[in-house]
Ligand binder design. Structure first.
Ligand code: FAD
Length: 563
């Protein structure tokens, strides 16, 4: 098996590389060891944001880039990426002052090229956020950013990559890299074309094991997009560069923590920003930021100390609500692949959040960035990959970028065949903010017949597949799972088309029901049993094993330990 580019890791970084490479006619294969978005890409704060706090740290470039990509995503993926207003109260004797905030927001607006900032009097704040602490309240500033369903964003990017011909597999782990001159990779390497130019030790592929795909893959270029695992694959090629930082969230029912805006607050203990954000009918409170010492393969979970820290924050911001850990539906934790700059050893929150790309003997590592800027990060990785791609032309050739949407996916193969031998250069991977990230989706009559909110949701999350999803759905499946905005049809679609192999794939990432309903949506399981067993061909015994495994996972990693 061979490919132009082998992408290791099915989080947002790998998905982005797969899409941008496949869109340019390259033959792409992506392998994910566990499940798509299993890593930090399903455990983020779900914000598509410029990152106001990065501005405070002087990271103007990162903020500008993020604001532009945020606006591009808002335009290209409504229903998946949605505007979200943020509210920050000002209190007598506390920072930030109205003036400081106004100055920061003026820069933020200038970078976006439009004004979204506003100031609200104490009475307006009480109306906008009725339960917010109002002793010594001087007013609040607000501004617009955006939020998303992070795991579905990954799936949408992967789906677009597949439409452009990328082959993607979950439960397929890279066990080791294949390097020119290895016993099983003699020089010249068969699939690399210009093998004579490949020096010994160059990364020319990988050995892969898993349920999704097993075997050796030869590639002209290998991209390491394994997030917090990136140092593991780089062993023998470079010194470790990551400082894994855990961030945890608590999830509250909206009726218990009713927020219409995302309320930002500075933690009373250390002044770190913490958000309470409405999301999918619940309120997310987070995040923490601390060094994570567990093995990366162990699923992370919130600690009792983090629970106490977040509860302290919401109690300070919403004192009248009397919130406690027992009010939370669940928790979730993720590990940020932050690049260790050694200057901010003491304070994790000050460690830089910019992405980093390294080329180490043909292994292109991309890590450390944000969900929001996945396209910028992907194109940067591909610019580093370009010399390796150019050094060994593929039989089918390389096609310069067609802007998203102007060439039907099914025609891309023909375009590639008509352009044999075109050589890549880093310039072919320039990031042009004006280019769409996703192809625009026309709303067909079936979709137009749906209520606006549902139509927008399906188009945003499923893009070109939205129409097929609706066609496959029985009318009753367009109803939502009680207590959520998730139509049953999304669950059925995932089971049939989205490589679901475990219950947590279905309930924690393809849908988010396991985070939105108590006990990981345990009450739904009796109704799901016949549907899941039929779609995945599980016996009664397999269903029981899966259910027990899932219950253990929820209890160990998603429950809320008492502070
Ligand atoms: C708590 C928290 C909050 C955040 N909030 C935000 C936010 O609000 N907005 C924002 O823009 N960003 C946010 N981020 C940052 C963002 O989530 C991450 O930077 C991003 O998800 C990283 O994506 P990734 O693809 O590099 O890594 P991951 O999503 O971790 O993906 C790496 C994948 O590689 C796979 N893998 C590992 N080893 C192998 C192997 N050998 N073979 C095959 N596959 C392998 C893993 O299973 C994993 O799925 C947050 C991060 C955290 C942790």
């Amino acid at each position: 098996m061979d490919a132009d580019i082998l992408v290791i890791g099915g989080g947002i970084a790998g998905a982005g590389v797969a899409l941008e490479a496949a869109r340019r006619g390259l033959d792409v294969m992506l392998v994910e060891a566990r499940d798509f978005a299993w890593g930090s890409s399903s455990r983020s704060s779900k914000l598509v944001h410029g990152g106001l706090r990065y501005l405070r740290e002087g990271a103007f470039g990162l903020t500008r880039e993020s604001v532009r990509e945020r606006d591009r995503l808002l335009q290209d993926a409504p229903g998946l990426v949605e505007p979200q207003r943020f509210l920050m109260g000002h209190y007598a004797g506390s920072s930030p002052s109205r003036r400081t905030m106004a100055a920061g927001l003026a820069i933020y607006d200038a970078l976006a090229g439009r004004r979204t900032r506003a100031f609200h009097t104490p009475d307006q704040v009480r109306a906008l956020a009725p339960h917010i602490a109002d002793e010594r309240l001087l007013g609040a500033s607000s501004y617009l950013d955006a939020k998303t369903d992070d795991a579905r964003l990954v799936m949408r990017v992967l789906q677009e990559a597949q439409r452009h011909g990328a082959r993607v597999f979950n439960r397929a782990a890279v066990k080791s890299l294949l390097r020119a001159g290895d016993a099983d990779a003699p020089l010249p390497a068969p699939a690399t074309g210009g093998a004579a130019a490949v020096p010994p030790g160059t990364v020319v592929g990988a050995r892969i094991e898993g349920a999704g795909f097993s075997g050796v893959v030869w590639a002209r270029c290998v991209v390491n997009a394994t997030g917090a695992w990136a140092d593991g694959l780089r062993r023998g090629l470079g010194l470790p560069m990551l400082r894994p930082l855990r961030g945890s969230h608590l999830v509250f029912p909206l009726w218990r923590l009713p927020v219409a805006q995302s309320v930002s607050l500075l933690h009373p203990r250390d002044g770190r920003p913490v958000f309470a954000t409405p999301w999918e009918g619940v309120a997310l409170v987070g995040t923490t930021d601390l060094d994570h010492h567990d093995h990366p393969d162990a699923e992370p979970g919130i600690s009792a100390r983090e629970t106490a820290y977040l509860i302290e924050a919401v109690r300070a911001a919403f004192p009248r609500l009397g919130l406690g850990a027992a009010d939370a539906i669940c928790s979730f934790a993720g590990v940020r692949p932050v690049v260790d700059d050694r200057d901010h050893r003491g304070d994790p929150s000050k460690a830089p959040r910019e992405h980093v790309v390294r080329d180490e003997q043909g292994l292109i590592t991309v890590t450390g960035g944000k969900l929001t800027t996945f396209r910028v990060n992907a194109l940067d990785a591909l610019r580093h990959a370009a010399p390796w791609l150019a050094a060994s032309p593929r039989r089918g050739g390389f096609v310069p970028a067609p802007p998203a949407g102007d060439v039907a996916a099914e025609n891309l193969g023909d375009v590639a065949a008509e352009n044999p031998g075109t050589v890549t250069s880093a310039d072919d991977f320039r990031c042009r903010t004006a280019d769409p990230i996703f192809a625009p989706q026309p709303a067909t009559p079936e979709l137009l017949a749906l209520p606006h909110g549902l139509r927008s949701r399906l188009l945003g999350r499923h893009g070109a597949n939205a129409q097929a999803l609706v066609r496959e759905a029985a009318p009753a499946d367009l109803e939502c799972v009680p207590g959520t905005a998730t139509p049953w049809a999304e669950l059925h679609w995932a089971l049939r088309h989205e490589q679901v192999r475990f219950l947590d794939d279905l309930l924690l990432r393809r849908t988010r029901l396991g985070l939105l309903l108590p006990d990981g949506a345990a009450a739904l399981l009796p109704r799901l049993e016949p549907v899941v067993r039929e779609a995945l061909g599980w016996s009664a015994g397999e269903w029981r094993d899966q259910r027990e495994r899932y219950a253990r996972l929820i209890a160990q990693c998603y429950a809320v330990p008492p502070p």
